[in-house]
Write a protein that binds this ligand. Sequence first.
Ligand SMILES: C[S@@+](CC[C@H](N)C(=O)[O-])C[C@H]1O[C@@H](n2cnc3c(N)ncnc32)[C@H](O)[C@@H]1O
Length: 463
Amino acid sequence: MAKRPVRGARQGAVIEDLLTLGDAAALVGKTTSNISYLVQYDRLRKFDTSGNVVARAPNGGLRVSKSELLDYVAGWNLRVRSRMEELKIVDTSIAFLDVPERERTKHVHRLHPYLGKFIPQLVGYFLSRYFEPGQTVLDPFSGSGTTLVEASERGMDSVGIEISEFNVMISRVKLADYEIPALEKEVVDVTRRTAEFSAREFPGGRRSRPLRAPVEGAGYLETWFAPRSLREMLYFRDIIPEYEHQDLLKVMLSRTARSCRLVHHYDLATPKEPVKGPYVCYKHKGKTCGPVTTILPRLRFYSIDTVRRIAEFKGARRPANSLVIEGDSREVKLEGRRVDGIFTSPPYVGQIDYHEQHRYAYELFGIERRDGFEIGPKMKGKGERARADYARSMAASLRNVSAPMPQGGVVLLVANDKLGLYPGIFEEAGMRVKRSFERPVEDRTERDKRPYSETVFLARLER
Ligand SMILES: C[S@@+](CC[C@H](N)C(=O)[O-])C[C@H]1O[C@@H](n2cnc3c(N)ncnc32)[C@H](O)[C@@H]1O
């Protein structure tokens, strides 16, 4: 059969070249949302089922061009490799460049955003090489729980220590065991009730008016959410105590809230002022973006996505014990517990504010902040004094948490140690560095797109 050219497409494209978003995602190992993003922001053109370039396709009739997609992916891979050259990294085995997005964000790893979490494949790579099923791995800076989730997939016991109560909640929610039908029933119910509330309060889908400048003295939530979004969020929050899976519902609401803040898309992690109206979006190639005025579409999406991810992890995990301890890793006592080794990515000096990034959740749920116990807090900067404090605190932490470990026990620590602090920290903690591995970091958020690499230090306990 003769192949019909796709009108308006580059030369050589044929109608057989058209793909649904789902097929396109499967072809290049991305998620359907990734492809939809590329289409929405003009990286790929939209076609209808007859091959016409269209501004809008009818429901279910949107297609993309396979050749355009493959060109896009090839261009991306080329950029990544040239960055590796710039960074002088030759060993690609722990770069995970070919790991598709859906694997990088598999099951519960994308249950909630978290700035500073590491790619699960990196954890998996080292756990499989340095630990055995049945052993216990410790992460003294467990953040959103990546190490513990990966350990559990391999039948390894795990212990996490984390200072932030909210991060502890995210990890425990990921690691809990659920009866999926009961969970789904609750998630569906709370979502339906929030939609009903919104329909009552804002009849006919009436848009709220979020675009006035915030009133002086207004709290964080009033400033960073449109009035309708905020009313919906507060309603949802207030009915949580009626349900069994309360922490999971909080995490789901928090994920929804995060994506409904009045922030510019190009500045999600460090927003400076609330969006007041449509704006030209740096992140989305000059497109006009606007403020979110209701949480409902995202809530519906995340409710389905949450249950799906939990169910997927349930199928992937093996019997293992995981424990998350809320506390300061310089102080928590682990005596009497088994710890065979450590895998961790600690905070670095003056880089990320781990509390502030989830301020909306702290305010919404009235969670106590422990900024003062963060090691290397952003607010103290990167000056000489901050570095010295950091090095002392990290050495104290590693010394404390390695107390129950056997001599020679392995310590794997991921850091972008551009200040060269770690050799001294390990020595002070009674550990000796045996090897280090360099890897490039891709997919950085925000505007800073400079090439960036990190080191995985392999040290052994020797004291
Ligand atoms: C780089 S993040 C870890 C991210 C983690 N690997 C993940 O994938 O989610 C470092 C974590 O250390 C935590 N932290 C900072 N100071 C701490 C302390 N004194 N004790 C325990 N945790 C601390 C921060 O709250 C943050 O979550």
